[in-house]
Design a protein around this ligand. Structure first.
Ligand SMILES: [Cu+2]
Length: 69
């Protein structure tokens, strides 16, 4: 498992947390996902052969948030 921390802009409430956690969490290869709203970060534990960083970023962006590069 790989640990990736992404900085994400636009998350502002519990709904945002839930939509990021639910959608990233259901990707094949993602073991766990944890949003820190105050810090604006998303921590993901994942198998990068199934869910690589760009797949996770794409999923977050599909929910309407911006991943800071
Ligand atoms: Cu929200």
């Amino acid at each position: 498992m790989e640990q990736t921390t992404l900085t994400v802009k636009g998350m502002s409430c519990g709904h945002c947390v839930k939509s990021v956690e639910d959608n990233v969490g259901k990707l094949a290869g993602v073991e766990s996902v944890s949003v820190n709203l105050d810090a604006g970060t998303v921590q993901v534990s994942h198998d990068s052969t199934q869910a690589d960083r760009s797949k996770i970023e794409e999923t977050i962006e599909e929910q309407g948030y911006d991943v800071v590069q």
